[in-house]
Write a new protein. Structure first.
Length: 496
């Protein structure tokens, strides 16, 4: 990598190989679980893009945007605090932390849900572009259920119960898929059917997670002192979460205001294709946080974090170019009388590489999270994400009127790039990590050239095959994979 000395140090860091195997296996289990839920949005694309006109899909997109923003507000950062203070403590303390979190969540959920229900008539046109208070009521029901089943799922993560997490997530995915097939495809209920399917899945998730709730709660376990500690840690994640939603979703409302609903529908559907990268990142992140909270207290942690960073970036660079190369062909695959992606939406897939690039930058940000969490300086998270949110809002205003959906996608990529850059500038002072810069620069050049080929070389089988092997072949030919790493890869493969 960067130097032979650094490589030897990293390889000799205590337990690095076992760390990597442990993180990889845990992340794969979480990927299976989380992908089961998130992948439904992709599996439903054939249904939605063939059954709904772009304008109707735009309304559904705004509904899901509202759900995302509401989820952040309803949890007010206490979900992050739960994972932080539940992990690695004795059973009595775990019960106190969970009980405090859950009872506080019940109060906040009841208050905010009542406000939304009372205001459902004016909220319909404002949030969805449709005077449908019944849709707002369904959305509030989803938010209530989601607020109450999310915390038990965090407990499964904190306890390392990845298989249970995956099984429950698969159940959620199955109910959601079945509901949409029955209500949207079978009964033709359109947007209403899609929303009711989500409500049914959320109700099932709450029922399945009730045993975990009952096991970990006790009325006498609520602690005001613990609640204050949780708030101090978690509250900065509220604006930070809202800033993240601004970066990911604010472009929907800007496109609604600056263009029209059909354009928003086209963008939202194609954005889902780009979010394929996010599945990998979130799966990794679900295993990453519990991992670095434990590993960070042991010798050699920064060196291990640096090596993991290099490997993940290599994987994501390959995934970006591979998905970008083949996506236009994949969406045209016939599924009986329909195609993977409705023909009305094919014209908007040019944004996909830019969306993939945005999530690539988001991954580099996630990799830097040990710094603020291990040092307790979570206040910086709000600043990091605020810088990205401000960039996104400004670029939305500047680029969407000029380039339309390509402007929105470009704003997304640049906002995440700004966020991760700001995070690096601060994190290198509070928790230095010896990143392998020579390798990272090599990967950056390979990725940049690959994106150039995506946009400026015609789509052919030959180009796509070249892009598929571009990163691994480029690393091999330029000395980016050393003999020691070849040995590590063979050893990992033999133990997998």
């Amino acid at each position: 990598m960067e130097t032979a000395t650094q490589q030897d140090q990293t390889e000799s860091a205590p337990g690095f190989r076992s760390d990597f195997i442990h993180l990889g296996r845990k992340s794969m289990a979480y990927i299976v679980g989380h992908v089961a839920t998130r992948a439904i949005s992709f599996l439903l694309l054939p249904l939605y893009t063939n059954a709904l006109a772009p304008a109707d899909y735009a309304v559904l997109s705004l509904a899901f945007t509202f759900l995302a923003f509401s989820g952040i507000v309803f949890h007010f950062g206490i979900d992050s605090a739960l994972l932080r203070y539940y992990t690695g403590v004795d059973r009595l303390r775990q019960k106190e932390v969970f009980s405090t979190v859950y009872f506080a969540q019940l109060v906040v959920t009841a208050a905010l849900a009542a406000i939304l229900l009372l205001a459902r008539k004016p909220l319909g046109p404002l949030l969805l572009g449709a005077a449908r208070p019944d849709w707002i009521a369904i959305l509030v029901g989803i938010i209530i259920m989601d607020s109450l089943w999310a915390h038990p799922m965090h407990v499964l993560r904190a306890e390392g119960r990845a298989k249970t997490f995956a099984a429950v997530s698969l159940l959620n995915a199955g109910v959601l898929m079945a509901g949409n097939i029955i209500l949207v495809a079978g009964y033709g209920l359109g947007i209403t059917g899609a929303l009711l399917s989500n409500l049914a899945a959320s109700c099932v998730m709450l029922l399945v997670n009730l045993p975990t709730v009952l096991k970990n709660t006790s009325p006498g376990a609520f602690s005001k002192v613990t609640f204050k500690v949780l708030l101090v840690f978690g509250l900065p994640f509220l604006p930070a979460g809202l800033f993240t939603m601004i970066m990911e979703l604010s472009d929907r409302y800007f496109l609604r205001w600056l263009t029209d609903m059909p354009t928003l529908g086209l963008y939202s559907a194609s954005h889902k294709l780009g979010a394929l990268m996010l599945l990998l990142i979130i799966g990794f992140s679900l295993g990453w946080q519990p991992f670095y909270l434990k590993r960070g207290q042991q010798p050699g942690a920064p060196l291990a974090f640096a090596r993991i960073t290099t490997y993940l970036i290599s994987l994501l660079a390959w995934a970006l170019l591979t998905i970008g190369a083949w996506i236009d062909r994949l969406i045209r695959i016939p599924l009986g009388p329909i195609t993977v992606f409705g023909p009305e939406y094919w014209s908007a897939t040019g944004i996909v590489p830019l969306i993939l690039l945005g999530y690539f930058f988001f991954a580099t940000y996630v990799l830097q999270m040990p710094a603020v969490n291990l040092t307790g300086r979570t206040k910086w998270v709000m600043f990091f994400r605020g810088s990205g949110a401000a960039t996104k809002l400004l670029l939305n205003l500047l680029l969407i009127p000029i380039w339309g959906i390509m402007g929105a996608a470009s704003a997304t990529a640049m906002a995440f790039a700004v966020m991760t850059t700001v995070a690096y500038v601060i994190n290198r002072k509070i928790y230095p990590v010896p990143y392998e810069w020579l390798q990272l620069v090599r990967l950056g050049l390979l990725l940049g050239l690959g994106i150039f080929m995506l946009y400026f070389i015609p789509d052919t089988i030959g180009r796509n095959l070249l892009l598929t092997i571009w990163v691994p072949a480029g690393l091999a030919l330029t000395g980016g994979i050393t003999q020691a790493e070849w040995r590590q890869l063979k050893a990992l493969a033999g133990r997998s």
